[in-house]
Design a protein around this ligand. Structure first.
Ligand SMILES: [Zn+2]
Length: 93
């Protein structure tokens, strides 16, 4: 990847949180745990290639208006709100 191509690339990491990806999560989609290793690989690749990484998280206080639509999830101060992804220990050689 050339520097010009690299500047056009962004790794966009949205809602990769326990409540969405893990089977124990409040709003988990069936089978989503299976993509966690691939998401970790992509995240590590972005770091290694200096590709800008933009990450966002869902975070709610108790009694958030969104809970009228979805059950309570990603509560601030809980482990369920945590990001599921950590950089893998991949090393480039
Ligand atoms: Zn939410």
């Amino acid at each position: 990847m050339t520097n010009l191509e690299r500047t056009k690339a962004v790794f966009w990491d949205v809602d990769t949180q326990v409540d969405f990806l893990h089977n124990s999560g409040k709003l988990c989609v069936a089978g989503s745990e299976s993509i966690i290793p691939n998401l970790r690989t992509l995240t590590s690749l972005a770091w290694e290639q200096s590709i800008p990484l933009v990450a966002s998280v869902c975070a709610h206080e108790d009694n958030d208006e969104e809970f009228q639509i979805f059950e309570p999830h990603c509560l601030i101060g809980t482990t369920a709100k945590r990001k599921s992804l950590k950089r893998s220990s991949r090393t480039s050689s």
